[in-house]
Design a protein. Sequence first.
Length: 319
Amino acid sequence: MMEMEALRKDFLSGKPSICLDFRFWKTRYVQELSALYDRYEAESLFYWAAEEVSGMPKPRLLAEMGQELDSSQSVRMEKALSRLQKGEPVQYVFGKAYFAGLELEVGPGVLIPRPETEELFLWVLDTLQAMAREGNTWRKEMPCRILDLCTGSGALALALASRLPHAEIWGCDLSSVALDTARRNALNQQLPVHWFCHDILKGVLPDDVVARGPFQIMVSNPPYVTLSERAQMRSNVLDYEPAMALFVEGQDPLLYYKALAKLARSYLQAGGYILLEINEAFPRENQELLRCAGFDDVEVREDFKGKARMVRARQPLSL
């Protein structure tokens, strides 16, 4: 520990004799991030930073841990470590996140896509396959229409666009910062998505959005964290990610789900589906809400951590 501290001081003082290889930086990241992260998390952050700084993938890094970094690379590793020590998410430090095989721009004001939401994306794909087996077919001239509400960085909409080239996909958010980010991500990925600014609590969609007919799929990861749950959350989320994308206003934990159910009843085609990410504390309440709203085949699904994280419901075949 004392040796590492001496190496750190030598680096900061600009001494040229220090061997600043990847082993040095890995040890330093693990030690100096230990107050915020366990060893596994700290090592993951080191590898993320090292890949960004060196341009080498992790397998090559593991084989070349003794390679020295040049001065500019060491400065970047130091700056990244400094920001990570303050609790800033690594995705904001490097301005990117990964979702369903896509590299997406993220930054302050935009919710970082989570692995759990990838499972919702996969459930949408499974649902479309099931609909196709039932005889639903879509063509380029008559595409499947999908709406992603509370799109954030555009992760869900863009992931779906990457897999469904003939689908007509729309994404909306109330945040102009999020929408601007989603538009840049679509441009960077060269994926066609229609974006619009909208407050889902208003209860109706813009005329130009619904002019081409009903949607076959509506999907959303809305704000669902209650204010009472704030105390259980980590500071790197609370201090950096947008509260409007995380927290439910007021005392009703189902506020956004009631609005989404109303929108889906109005704009889903007969036999279409709404799929939602939910708060693990309220699976039964979400099921009951959707049943009472008139949906059929309401199903809750657990995520890879065994938590009730998603719900799917079907618009009745006869409206």
